[in-house]
Design a protein around this ligand. Structure first.
Ligand code: ADP
Length: 195
């Protein structure tokens, strides 16, 4: 298996930027498996597992679930994938997670190809999240929690953009517009480097 068989793309951006929607589209377009740590955690909550019970309290507060738990979850998924063709959505979110991901991928002879950042101003993010709260009733989409999630993003996750920028892997994409418009930009940003 050559390195070309692997493909790892990260979708990054603040809560409400549209990562889930774009990840979904991009995964089908490029034949990648979408791995969303938020969705995995919500499945645990739904299933009433021990992990789900612990995670729900943290998620409802807007804080991050511990790195160990998240890294173990992602490792278990990557372990069963050969080649590794994955679109990671909502992971990594901390420097510890980013370094763990690099080490994990390296152990499989893989590495990150690109990190896509969806750029959306904060006023628009809050508007979208409050709209989603009304439509879907996600329990972490209330005003207080949204504020905490924004702060956690700025403090813990945003610095990671630099981590990928200095490696020449960051592609920043304007996240304002229709789903289709944003998707075209995402594909354009990726297409330039690898077919
Ligand atoms: P959003 O980015 O819209 O806030 P997610 O579905 O990605 O939504 O995450 C929801 C919550 O799940 C986060 O606020 C956090 O508590 C938890 N979570 C998801 N991914 C991670 C991660 N990589 N590390 C730590 N916590 C996470």
């Amino acid at each position: 298996m050559t390195d070309r068989d692997h493909e790892v793309v990260l979708l990054m951006g603040p809560p409400g930027a549209g990562k889930g929607t774009q990840a979904n589209l991009l995964a089908s377009e490029r034949g990648l498996e979408q791995l969303s740590t938020g969705a995995m955690l919500r499945a645990h909550v739904q299933g009433g597992t021990e992990l789900g019970k612990r995670a729900k309290i943290i998620m409802d507060s807007g804080a991050l679930v511990s790195d160990d738990i998240i890294i173990d979850m992602v490792r278990a998924e990557l372990d069963r994938m050969r080649p590794i063709r994955v679109l990671l959505d909502g992971f990594p979110r901390t420097t510890v997670q980013a370094e763990a991901l690099d080490a994990l991928l390296a152990s499989f002879g893989a590495g990150i190809d690109s990190a896509i950042e969806l750029v959306v101003p904060e006023s628009e993010l809050v508007r979208r999240l409050l709209g989603r709260a009304a439509a879907e009733g996600r329990s972490d989409d209330n005003e207080d929690t949204i504020r905490t999630r924004m702060r956690v993003y700025l403090d813990q996750t945003r610095p990671l953009l630099d981590y990928y920028a200095v490696q020449g892997k960051l592609r920043s994409v304007d996240g304002i517009g229709t789903t289709g418009e944003v998707f075209d930009r995402v594909v354009g940003a990726l297409g330039a480097e690898r077919a």
